[in-house]
Each structure stands twice: as C-alpha cells, then as structure tokens.
Design a protein around this ligand. Structure first.
Ligand SMILES: NC(=O)c1ccc[n+]([C@@H]2O[C@H](COP(=O)([O-])OP(=O)(O)OC[C@H]3O[C@@H](n4cnc5c(N)ncnc54)[C@H](OP(=O)(O)O)[C@@H]3O)[C@@H](O)[C@H]2O)c1
Length: 213
C-alpha cells in the first residue's frame, strides 16, 4: 500500500511493481488528516487481509534559522513530521493489537543526532518522534509491537525543494548531489529491520553517506 498526496506518482510505482509480479495499490493520504490514515489502514486490511508494518516516512524540512521566524514552516513541520506520525500510530495500533502483531517504522534523521544551525526546528520535530517511539517501545514489551526509528543522513531526494531560504537550499542541494546516498539504501535498511524475526527489534538504525561529517 503506497500512500502520499500525489497519486499520479504513486500509480506509476504501482504499475512498476505489478509489472514485476508484485501486489500493490495506491492510496491518497495527507498524513495531517487523521481520517486519511484511518481510511488507508482500513483499505490495506480489506485488500491484503492484514497490516504487517506501517512505515511513517512522510516528512517536510522547511529548513531555516529560528531567527527567520518562519512560523508557517514550523507549523508545517510539526503537522507533518510529528502529528502525521501520531496519526499513523493511532490508525495502525488498534489493528496491530487485534492481530497480536505489528511493526511501526519511522524515518527520523541524523539532524536530530548532530544538531546544526538552521535545522533546529526540523531536528526538534525528528527528535520529538524519536522520543515518542522510544517511549512507545518501553510501553510495548508484551511482544505485540516492534518499533524502529531510521535516521538517514544525506539522501538524494526532492527534500530541499520546499526550502525557501535560497542559500540554505543551495547548500543542502549541493551536499545531496555531491555525496547523498540513494533512497534505495534507506529502503534496504527498512527492509532489514522488517525482515528480522518478530522477537528481534531493530530499535534505532543510522544510515548515512560514509563521507558525511
Ligand atoms: N533526503 C534526506 O537527506 C533526508 C535525510 C534524513 C531524513 N529524511 C526524511 O526522510 C523522509 C522522506 O523525505 P525525502 O527525503 O524522500 O523527501 P521528499 O523527496 O521531499 O519526499 C517527501 C515525501 O513525503 C510525502 N509527504 C509530504 N507531506 C505529506 C503529507 N502531508 N501527507 C502525505 N505524504 C506527504 C511526499 O509525497 P506527496 O508530496 O505526494 O504527499 C513525498 O513522498 C522525511 O521524513 C524526511 O524528513 C530525509
């Protein structure tokens, strides 16, 4: 089940997966809308019979110095990066509990591990989620739920496009182009966490370019 707001992009991935013999469907979801995630989970269960894993990957980085007071950008990051993840957790948990098994994977960031100027609020949202996931892990030791937080470093994606500060955007885009790793590398790390037997939980996993400082 592939979910995002732009379904045209999802549909082309679905077509690729089907061509390779996979089963896949696209679902339009805005993670800031709780009902969208509830609908997505219902549809996943209806189509596939169960929900094994929810990967909370949607994120936005409106990167700028705090002094720039990009209050709308802060709101967007809190809404997508924190509220969006909580909406996903709220939608999936009842199904995981009913099934007696489930796995929550969330993409956080090395921004939260090495704090750098201009990324304060973004890193704050990622570390809020890191904290929530660790708390949830401690609350979930009955063997039903696995939790995984993946912290990528620079990955070559469209992540810098929404950044308004031209200098910051250029600098991050350059780093991404110069040494960013592929999105597939992160997907492989997520697959590694998922593929473990259910009694093995990969709690935190950091994956960054070898040359990233
Ligand atoms: N790229 C990096 O260097 C890097 C490093 C560390 C962590 N991350 C994290 O990795 C994750 C993926 O980011 P990316 O690098 O792949 O950036 P990206 O190319 O900008 O992709 C962002 C993804 O999130 C989706 N999304 C954004 N807002 C959404 C919303 N409200 N509802 C549903 N989906 C939404 C987008 O799809 P639609 O726009 O179609 O909805 C898109 O698929 C994020 O959590 C980001 O913080 C990225």
């Amino acid at each position: 089940m592939l979910a995002a707001r732009r379904t045209d992009r999802l549909e082309s991935i679905v077509a690729d997966l089907r061509e390779q013999g996979g089963r896949a469907i696209a679902c339009q979801v805005d993670v800031t809308r709780r009902e969208d995630l509830e609908h997505m989970v219902e549809r996943a269960v209806a189509e596939f019979g169960r929900l094994d894993v929810l990967v909370n990957n949607a994120g936005v980085g409106k990167i700028s110095a705090v002094a720039d007071l990009d209050v709308d950008g802060w709101t967007a990051m809190i809404d997508v990066n924190v509220r969006g993840v909580l909406n996903g957790i709220a939608a999936a948990m009842p199904v995981f509990r009913r099934q007696g098994v489930g796995h929550l994977v969330t993409t956080v960031s090395t921004s939260g591990l090495k704090i750098v100027p201009t990324q304060s609020v973004y890193a704050g949202t990622k570390n809020a989620v890191r904290t929530i996931m660790e708390g949830l892990r401690q609350e979930s030791t009955d063997g039903v739920l696995r939790t995984t937080s993946i912290s990528p470093g620079f990955v070559r994606t469209e992540f810098t496009e929404p950044i308004d500060d031209q200098a910051v955007r250029d600098q991050l885009s350059k780093s991404m182009a110069d040494f960013g790793i592929s999105a597939e590398s992160v997907a492989r790390a997520i697959a590694f966490a998922i593929d473990q037997p259910h009694d093995v939980e990969i709690g935190d996993l950091t994956i960054r370019p070898t040359v990233q400082g």
